[in-house]
Ligand binder design. Sequence first.
Ligand code: GLA
Length: 432
Amino acid sequence: MNKDVSDSDLRSLRTHDQQPNRIASITQKFEETFGSLPTFVASAPGRVNLIGEHTDYNDGYVFPVAIDKYINIAARQRTDRHVTLHAPDVNDSWKFDLDALPSIPQQAPAWSHYLIGVASLLQASGRKVTGIDAVITGDVPIGAGLSSSAALSVSATLAFLTAPSELEAPMEALVSESDKKELAALCQRVEHEFAGVNCGIMDQMISLLGRENHGLFLDCRSLEYEHIPLNLAGHYITICNTKVKRELATSEYNKRRAECERGVEILRKWISGISSLRDIALTDFKKHEEELPMLTQKRCRYVIEENTRVLDAVSVLKAHNQQITKKTDEALIQFGRLMNASHNGLRDDYEVSCKELDLLTDIARSITGVIGSRMTGAGFGGCTVSIVHKDALETFQTRVKKEYHEQIGIEPEIYLCRVGDGAQVFWSTELS
Ligand code: GLA
């Protein structure tokens, strides 16, 4: 039975604000590596997407939150054109010359490609880029669908932009609101051109624009956005990591994108004025879906339905926000149902789930107090996100760990998520 749990019962799950500790630790690592203090630390969060999956590259809608897991880069400007990087988490280092970009030597470790990519594109865009010494650390799990690579490119972008600044300007003075959209697009190009993933723009936007206790309702075509308060009536956003990642993830991701584009290409003959799946209403799609090959039909149907689900999810949250009570009202329950439907579509029509993700969502949904559960991110492994009432957290933790382990043979990781702010810069004067 569920029981009221006290704060101490939750201690093993709850995450406190760890950012001051992380900043202190990376500052110390920088000093050990380079012999003096860094001038600043650039910090960018990972994300969990609550609903709106695989819609961003279809010009659609998404609703992610920034999580309290970060990639931090402690840095100091150099007087020459070299970039010297140290990544103690993977016990690796790399050095490159800003005048030799954009070529990537074969031996360059995968993580360095993002920094090389960011520096290349910033230079090509006409921004002033100088050499830096930098230490990189992070706790966004890698390859878990929580956007560690977007957090890396965003923190690298901030590090390169901040280094030449003479003044200890606050982040808002260094990077304006419209700059953020431009920088998100630049980081997205890094994924396309330096990592081979034809991703959308959701991850980079939320890493730059996240707001504490708010979801980001983003239109991925216009890049207009709205921060929606998350009043979850005693529920927590809970992330479960399957700890598996399919090798096929990148190629299947790119394939899905191509299938969506193919669908639009064919449907254009029947529905005028469309340039992406975002432009197609479900009723119009139903009239013409037979024109599409079966697989393309399933992919397109999922995306069109998912866009509608995001719009519905945001309006039920807004309705809930207008009449906040301590009780779980119908609007919040509806939000959870939409999350469940999103997962079902990803599993059956978009086919990017896997048995581990399905198992985690099945276990979660069978627990009283869980209002919704779905896979999050690109899929093929990675994480699920569930909305769990605090009274059910203990049961949730015990059952998910036990049943997942019994069937898959490994322990999943469970994180209780604090919804945090987007990327920030901390100056050395704030560090000591
Ligand atoms: C990855 C991509 C995003 C988005 C999601 C799926 O995280 O980087 O752009 O497409 O997958 O929603």
